[in-house]
Write a new protein. Structure first.
Lengths: 96, 96, 96, 96, 96
């Protein structure tokens, strides 16, 4: 699971048929200096996160379990939690 | 799942027998500055994407489900959706 | 499995229902120069680690086995051991 | 699946018992500038690739399916196809 | 599977109960310039490798198969072979 920030939305009309009914979010993984340039992740959002929020992102079985439609789906990545607060080396980051 | 851009095609005559009948695309993952130099991914394309398009790429079970030939196949990676539009920090990117 | 250092805590009220009852820790993977800027990992902690400790982090099935609630859970990552001591090229690092 | 170039061979006498009868190749993943310094991958080769060739490398279930000895094996990575030709942004790369 | 060098040992008294009876090694993945600064991997060693040796490291099912205690274990990573010799672009590296 990664700590990530939701930085955008994504729309895809042409997609595998199981990929219906959930929003796609674009999330940026976070490093300790908050300057990660890692590749962007597309996550399904069954939790209700919004742009600007920090989230927990999971892959594979954990993502499919969160989506709750069994394991024969084309989703590989999902937001599994919305972060209220976190600390990094005694500094606290809280959602507004 | 990754946000990626289709940047090329790939042909392989000599391959595992299940790898028949689907085109291979070369895709470049995207970072927030659009200058990723990550390693290139080879994805099967059951959706019908073309060079220059942005796509959602998935790995493992999600890829195999999208391909729809069961789980005893040699495919590990597939395009699961073609992106119409996405936003990154309020900037919008739309397909032509 | 990765060698990582626990650098923070994380709280998430809104989350998949199986993600209850275990603390989330933020962990920083370690490279040989101890200056890794890799993306931060969120790990469930069924072992009892604390900030400042070095830990072994595992993903997927190994993480779920450590958590011990079966495989239909939304956890993908867990601390599976707390490090007492390690050596890197003959230099020894021991917990206080 | 990754686009990679075979850059070497590897021999290991002392190994898990299922790792018999297939050659190990060392492969270098490729980025768009052909200057990747990613970590080197060890792949089993059931296809018959040689040093200098471009290949498709797969991990996990796709690799095991290609090897064809069931799923209780110690192989995690295999060459699943030998590349004849690929294009990257309209430039064509063909095997000699 | 990765080509890696064993660079240290690791001890963890407090750990998931299945993580008993196998030594933990710290391994450094290798890139083509032998200067990788990738994050360090903790691998179980059922094969008998030592510090300074080059090894093949595998993850997930391949690691568990090598460990040979079924799939309900907390191990995710194992050494599956000890390298006798390898070549990279015609240069040969042999164990002493």
């Amino acid at each position: 699971m990664l700590l990530a920030k939701v930085i955008g939305n994504l729309w895809a009309t042409k997609k595998q048929s199981s990929l219906q009914g959930l929003r796609f979010l674009i999330v940026q993984p976070i490093n300790r200096h908050f300057n990660s340039t890692s590749d962007l992740i597309v996550a399904a959002d069954p939790i209700g996160a919004g742009v600007g929020e920090y989230v927990i992102v999971a892959f594979g079985r954990a993502a499919r379990t969160t989506i709750g439609r069994g394991h024969e789906i084309a989703y590989q990545t999902a937001i599994v939690g919305i972060v209220d607060k976190f600390t990094i080396e005694d500094k606290e980051y809280a959602l507004d």
